[in-house]
Write a protein that binds this ligand. Structure first.
Ligand code: ADP
Ligand code: MG
Length: 206
């Protein structure tokens, strides 16, 4: 008999607060209603709210298995698992693309949720590759904290330059293109310096 092949890759992406985790939870719940075995994974480093749960900003939560590396997902996979959901997928190492591909090849429906862009509005980690290999991509928006329109970017409110900055829930805000500003914090601090530079160049040109 021919084996029924149902593997697929879905990616849900967008900025912080766009509802990626909520959407992941929604899809998982429906799979469970359909009596499909689900395993949820998250990077072990993401301990913002809970060690063994995925938690949304609206406090929805579901049990999840924290894993150190992407290969651990394959090692922990149970034979009966039909649906694999992975949250904060942008934090995984570069093997994640081949891991996701292998899961789909085994017949799993893989639901990936993660940030498309980092705080500098640059593609985050392996997301470009994941988006390319996905069967289905869903981009969702948050609400801009300044004007209320579609927010597509995550504004960092602190000076830190690390790509990954965890544990500070008020370190970010969702912003639209117009109200997002890279180095907003520094630019404010640099204003007097810029003014000095401008004056110096003005004097030189006289
Ligand atoms: P993500 O996983 O994309 O960061 P979550 O699923 O954790 O998003 O949270 C989405 C929820 O966050 C929304 O349903 C809403 O209750 C809340 N929220 C807080 N701030 C905002 C915002 N600026 N835009 C949209 N939702 C927000
Ligand atoms: Mg989330």
């Amino acid at each position: 008999m021919m084996q029924q092949f149902s593997g697929s890759v879905e990616v849900v992406c967008g900025p912080m607060f766009s509802g990626k985790t909520e959407e992941l939870i929604r899809r998982v719940k429906r799979a469970q209603i359909a009596k499909q075995r689900v395993q949820i994974f998250k990077p072990a480093m993401d301990t913002r709210y809970a060690e063994e749960e995925v938690v949304s900003h609206s406090s929805q939560a579901m049990k999840a298995e924290p894993v150190e590396g992407s290969v651990d997902i394959l090692m922990r996979l149970k034979d009966s698992t039909r649906v694999v959901a992975i949250d904060e997928i942008q934090f995984f190492d570069d093997k994640i693309v081949s891991v996701v591909t292998k899961l789909a090849a085994r017949g799993c429906r893989v639901i990936c949720a993660g940030l498309d862009l980092d705080y500098r509005a640059q593609p985050f980690g392996q997301m470009p590759q994941l988006l390319a290999i996905a069967d289905e991509v869903t981009k969702i928006h948050a609400v801009c904290t300044v004007c209320g329109s579609h927010a597509v970017r995550s504004q960092r409110l602190t000076k830190s330059k690390e790509q990954v900055l965890l544990g500070e829930t008020d370190a970010y805000e969702a912003r639209c293109r117009g109200h997002y500003q890279l180095d907003e914090v520094e630019e404010q601090a640099l204003l007097p310096l810029e003014e000095e530079k401008r004056r110096a160049t003005e004097q030189l040109s006289h």
